[in-house]
Write a protein that binds this ligand. Structure first.
Ligand SMILES: Cc1cc2nc3c(=O)[nH]c(=O)nc-3n(C[C@H](O)[C@H](O)[C@H](O)COP(=O)(O)O)c2cc1C
Length: 192
């Protein structure tokens, strides 16, 4: 169990990113709850720049989305139950036409974080990935120029690390700690 410097909700402390998934399926309704959590994220001007492209293990899109991950990630994510690709709209529509969005990635990251927590609430784990063939993802997912493919994530029930490919089992069990709050937080100025 992770320990916090200051009290935080257990859903936050219990979230971590395993590589050992159970190779089972997820009801579509559960994935929709996870995506729904992302829908309620805050965003600048309520622009909601995120788009989610998903596949469930066993559906017709699964192999295509799995194939967009780098081989290392495919090696463990193939046992996840759902894959989601996060795409963001880099432009924001306004009365004088579209202009570049400052926070499309930030907002989409907020959506992903809520989805990870909702997944935990439902008894699933999640694992974000930028080990993605981004050019192929743009092509295969039909992402227009205006949009950015941000990342992907795997969701599923946790599995047995012993079933992982060689070399992955050891790292899979590590639950990383994080920098102490005092190192990433400062009052008033980042650098004196
Ligand atoms: C945007 C993002 C991209 C990541 N990319 C990968 C990846 O390609 N492959 C991988 O195995 N883990 C990836 N991770 C997992 C991180 O390494 C992990 O979240 C980090 O070490 C902290 O561990 P924790 O999530 O268990 O707290 C990614 C995480 C995020 C949020």
């Amino acid at each position: 169990m992770r320990t916090a410097d200051y009290p935080v909700d257990t859903t936050i402390l219990e979230r971590w990113s395993p590589r050992a998934f159970a190779a089972d399926t997820m009801p579509e309704a559960d994935l929709m709850s996870i995506l729904e959590a992302g829908r309620w994220a805050p965003s600048a001007f309520n622009a909601q720049p995120w788009r989610f492209v998903w596949a469930l293990r066993g559906d017709s899109a699964w192999d295509r989305l799995l194939g967009l991950l780098i081989p290392f990630n495919q090696g463990w994510a193939e046992k996840a139950a759902a894959l989601v690709f996060f795409v963001s709209d880099t432009m924001q529509d306004g009365s004088s036409g579209p202009k570049p969005s400052h926070s499309h990635s930030f907002d989409t990251g907020a959506a992903w974080a809520l989805m990870a927590l909702q997944a935990g609430h439902l008894g699933y784990h999640s694992h974000g990935m930028t080990g993605v063939d981004f050019e192929a993802a743009r092509r295969e997912l039909g992402v227009p120029e205006r949009f950015r493919v941000e990342a992907a994530a795997a969701f599923g029930r946790i599995g047995d690390p012993a079933a992982l490919p060689d070399g992955l089992a050891a790292v899979a069990q590590l639950k990383w700690t994080t920098r102490r709050l005092a190192i990433t937080t400062c009052q008033q100025r980042l650098f004196p």
